[in-house]
Design a protein around this ligand. Structure first.
Ligand SMILES: [Zn+2]
Length: 665
């Protein structure tokens, strides 16, 4: 059914239980395909809506949250006298975004000033000052390279500057280097898209065509010297702390003084150059290419970065390539949805305050905290009993576990956006000012102690994360709601679902990447040689298992890319199971809906993942997404768990019982 998205705001979040019998397909044998047994009916009832790349329990909840935020924003956008400061900020931002006719009238004029600056560039020597200004004004690392702040890998208490590889318009460097027919087609479509955007800026078709080829040539050269995603999972490959003079010596053709001056960054004594080989290549390209080529490249990246905030022809062209062609979307999301996402993206802790007030009570926070403690206790006893790890490493692992900070719901102090000028009739200007505010906030951290209270996700986000340098686990209010976290239902599915998510984030501290950071969040090897080898053997078991799964057509999972997530999925489910057993010890649990308590744990666990993705999205994810596809995040896990086999009386030889199960944690 098309147009399934109900285009009305929500004023209360709908309830769906964290274990829904009607989502199951009991005609499927759970020992053959547990994902379809648990989610078969859900999949039939929930075709992917035309404006979505994927559709699953998480994205459905995300859309409910968006409709709820839409209600908040509509109310806040009415210019009444009694609005709070926060309501005024988010309301006026939303109003300007929704004012389609004003955006249409503005056309490409928001680009005028920057285009003028590009036109005035006379030589490569003028690039640093221009980029210093522009990098404040755009997000990401697409314009030539990235520059920002991050915790020092060697001293997690301090924030230092990071110069990172970037400069690409396609989602990953592999898009430029792969030689198969589909990758060649994608590059061709990309060049056509760049040409189209240059034409929208006023270039004649032949000039735009030549310009697009120049862009492709420059980006291909940058891609070739950029690390792969798998290489970037190794933090040692990304850590090259050097002094400012040494950084300058790396790129004599690019003067950093004017760049720093323009970005307002004056006191950077040291910085981490994540990929020195990238900057070396940049140096040689700056010497060999003339300023006309760079001007074309910059014009493309300017319009690319700003297209979503311009008039409809820019928005549509951008959607056609990036969403329709690359990810398979059939329709553009309605404007309200794009505007809600934009307010969440730029003023997330203002919008989040209102969301939290209306949805997240202290009892939910307490329950989530209690469950987190139980999962941590399960991990503590599990580490104590690990047969493959020696006492010395165990001691360090426990030290790390005990140092993990649990952040639940929302930050203790809210970000103050009051210095941003937000106008009701200047959408692109609002985006620009909010972006500059955020860039300056990031750069201002350099040379200062880290702020441990900060969050990387906004409160309404339906997701969670572990940060190896903060050594913290973070669960936004948005993910602690039904059907994921459900106070109306028994423990079994709650532990299976949210318990396994908490366990997943905890396990990230001990996956192939996270295990390399110590209890303080420093990149420091705390493993004995023997224990590191034993870890590697067990991790290899998992990456081999997942590498055998097909994603789409003949494309398999890159098990080295998804290793951290796969280890976390397995460890997390196992820890949640242990915690649930211990929390319900001595209780006389009864079957319900024809499922034993153990079966309810596993079905509850599987039902977080009910959903599917478009084939184009699967193809893109195979390159860029460190998570395995949903069905393998369930079947890959349960087939490694004898506890599952017992719960459903599966026999060795059936697909959900691997003859030699993998287990790390
Ligand atoms: Zn994860």
């Amino acid at each position: 059914m098309l147009g399934q998205t109900k285009d009305t705001p929500l004023f209360a979040l709908p309830y769906s239980p964290s274990l829904d019998i009607s989502s199951m397909d009991r005609s499927v044998d759970p020992c053959t395909d547990f994902f379809r047994y648990s989610c078969g009916a859900w999949l039939k009832k929930n075709p992917i809506p035309p404006d979505q790349a994927r559709w699953d329990v998480y994205s459905k909840l995300e859309q409910d949250n968006q409709r709820f935020l839409w209600g908040i924003l509509e109310q806040a956008s009415k210019p009444t006298e009694n609005r709070s400061l926060v309501e005024r900020e988010i309301g006026d931002f939303f109003y300007a975004c929704m004012d389609e006719s004003a955006v249409e009238k503005a056309g490409a004029s928001p680009l005028k000033a920057a285009l003028g600056e590009i036109a005035a560039l006379k030589s490569v020597r003028d690039l640093p000052a221009f980029l210093g200004r522009q990098h404040l004004n755009i997000t990401g690392n697409h314009m030539l390279f990235g520059f920002g702040s991050n915790q020092d890998f060697a001293d997690s208490t301090q924030v230092i500057a990071f110069a990172t590889a970037g400069g690409l318009g396609l989602p990953d460097r592999d898009y430029y280097t792969k030689t198969d027919a589909k990758s060649q087609e994608t590059r061709q479509k990309y060049v056509e898209h760049v040409q189209k955007m240059l034409e929208l800026l006023g270039d004649q078709p032949p000039a735009a065509k030549a310009g697009a080829q120049t862009v492709m040539d420059i980006e291909s050269a940058l891609a070739k010297v950029s690390l792969t995603r798998v290489e970037r999972r190794d933090p040692y490959k990304l850590f090259h702390k050097i002094t400012r003079p040494d950084f300058q010596a790396l790129t004599p053709a690019f003067q950093w003084e004017p760049y720093f001056k323009a970005s307002g960054l004056l006191n950077t004594a040291v910085l981490n150059v994540t990929e020195p080989a990238f900057f070396k290549e940049l140096q040689s390209m700056l010497q060999s290419r003339n300023i006309a080529d760079w001007k074309t490249y910059l014009r493309w990246h300017l319009v690319h970065a700003k297209a979503p905030y311009l008039s409809s022809q820019f928005v549509a062209a951008n959607f056609d390539f990036y969403n329709k062609y690359l990810f398979g979307l059939q329709e553009m999301p309605p404007r309200w949805k794009r505007c809600v996402r934009r307010v969440d993206g730029q003023l997330g802790e203002a919008l989040g305050q209102v969301f939290v007030q209306k949805t997240f009570g202290p009892d939910t926070k307490q329950r989530a905290q209690a469950m987190t403690k139980e999962i941590e206790a399960a991990m503590q006893s599990e580490i104590g009993q690990l047969p493959w790890m020696g006492d010395e490493t165990k001691k360090r692992a426990l030290e790390k576990l005990h140092s993990i900070i649990n952040k639940i719901g929302y930050p203790d102090k809210w970000r103050d956006y009051s210095s941003i000028k937000i106008s009701r009739d200047d959408y692109a200007g609002n985006v620009e000012r909010a972006t500059i505010f955020e860039s300056r906030r990031e750069l201002a951290k350099i040379g200062k102690p880290v702020d441990k209270t900060e969050w990387q996700m906004t409160p309404p986000t339906v997701n969670a994360y572990y940060d190896p340098q903060m050594n913290d686990i973070n669960f936004p209010a948005g993910v602690l709601q039904p059907p994921l976290f459900d106070s109306k239902i028994d423990d079994a599915p709650n532990y299976g679902d949210t318990g396994a998510t908490i366990g997943h984030e905890l396990t990230h501290g001990f996956d192939d990447e996270g295990r390399q950071f110590d209890a303080q969040g420093n990149l420091k090897d705390w493993w004995t040689k023997n224990d590191a080898e034993e870890f590697q053997k067990r991790a290899d078991c998992i990456s081999e298992q997942y590498s055998s799964y097909i994603i789409v057509d003949d494309i398999r999972i890159n098990g080295k890319l998804t290793l951290g997530e796969d280890v976390a999925d397995l460890g997390g489910t196992f820890l949640a199971y242990l915690a649930w057993k211990s929390a319900t010890k001595g209780q006389n649990l009864q079957p319900a809906d024809g499922l034993t308590p153990d079966q309810r744990f596993f079905v509850g666990m599987a039902q977080w993942a009910c959903g599917d993705e478009r084939p184009e999205t699967k193809r893109a994810n195979a390159i860029t997404n460190p998570h395995s596809p949903l069905e393998y995040r369930i079947n890959g896990v349960v087939s490694n768990m004898p506890e599952f086999g017992q719960a459903f009386a599966c026999r060795v030889g059936q697909p959900m019982v691997r003859p030699k199960p993998c287990k790390v944690w």
